[in-house]
Design a protein around this ligand. Structure first.
Ligand SMILES: CC(C)(COP(=O)(O)OP(=O)(O)OC[C@H]1O[C@@H](n2cnc3c(N)ncnc32)[C@H](O)[C@@H]1OP(=O)(O)O)[C@@H](O)C(=O)NCCC(=O)NCCS
Length: 224
């Protein structure tokens, strides 16, 4: 059987996407305060998965920055400093996740986006799920549309450097939107994603069963 585990998918170490009005860059410790301030908003939490904490306090923000291996994090004390670690020349383990900060061109932090591996066994390895949120101060300016369009197109292009272990670029970017999230549906439709169907009663959010609308952008969409 072919080796097809999703953990074999290679991401570039420092993905940066330059868009017209914003840039997607790796997290930095200095994002902590503006990120927590913007994310601690019930109108954002409402449309995110339950893994997105509320209240979004400093601890929650630090946890996220550690998961994302943000630049500038304080070096944590090693439990066993007496024993020097053996030198390790192997490259860092590739990650099937990519999480980046969304900033205006002047550096202002405005939100987060990312790509997430799907499926447990590698069968979905040519697909990534896109996620995003934008701080409320910046809503309604077309920025999420720019991000969904730009990140999706970048991820599907060989220029991104994102390759599966088969040496191929990704083929599909997918998004699942709670049916009542009209703003996000509009974002994806304007960004060129195709509404493909509805997973009826697929999730429970805040105690309410919700349909999830599935959107997809596939490489051949970009040739049209
Ligand atoms: C969804 C979200 C990312 C949109 O960000 P944004 O930068 O304001 O998006 P854009 O400006 O590119 O486009 C939003 C569009 O939806 C429209 N919109 C906003 N609220 C709406 C509503 N309740 N019903 C219909 N359309 C709505 C806006 O008017 C805008 O369209 P327009 O430019 O034609 O006026 C932002 O609202 C957000 O972070 N929401 C919470 C988290 C979230 O939902 N993430 C996505 C999970 S799938």
């Amino acid at each position: 059987m072919a080796d097809s585990t999703i953990s074999d998918t290679v991401f570039p170490t420092t993905p940066i996407v330059q868009l017209e009005r914003c840039v997607l860059r790796p997290y930095h410790i200095s994002d902590l305060e503006p990120m927590c301030k913007a994310a601690n908003d019930p109108l954002i939490v409402k449309y995110m998965r339950d893994a997105f904490p509320y209240p979004y306090d400093t601890d929650a923000g630090m946890t996220w920055l550690k998961i994302c291996k943000a630049e500038g994090l304080p070096v944590e004390e090693k439990a066993d400093e007496a024993k020097p670690a053996a030198p390790d020349s192997s490259p860092p383990a590739p990650s099937p996740e990519m999480n980046v900060a969304i900033c205006l061109l002047d550096g202002t932090f405005i939100g987060s986006t990312g790509l997430r591996a799907m499926g447990p066994d590698g069968t979905d390895r040519y697909t990534r799920e896109i996620g995003y949120w934008i701080g409320r101060d910046h809503w309604g300016k077309g920025l999420a549309t720019e991000v969904a369009s730009g990140l999706g197109r970048w991820a599907l292009s060989p220029a991104s450097g994102i390759l599966t272990k088969d040496g191929q670029p990704l083929r599909r970017i997918e998004a699942g939107v709670y049916a009542e999230n009209a703003a996000s549906s509009k974002v994806l439709e304007r960004a060129g994603y195709v509404r493909e169907g509805v997973r009826r009663q697929a999730v429970i959010k805040n105690g309410v069963m919700q349909d999830v609308v599935i959107y997809g952008l596939v490489a051949s969409d970009l040739e049209k």
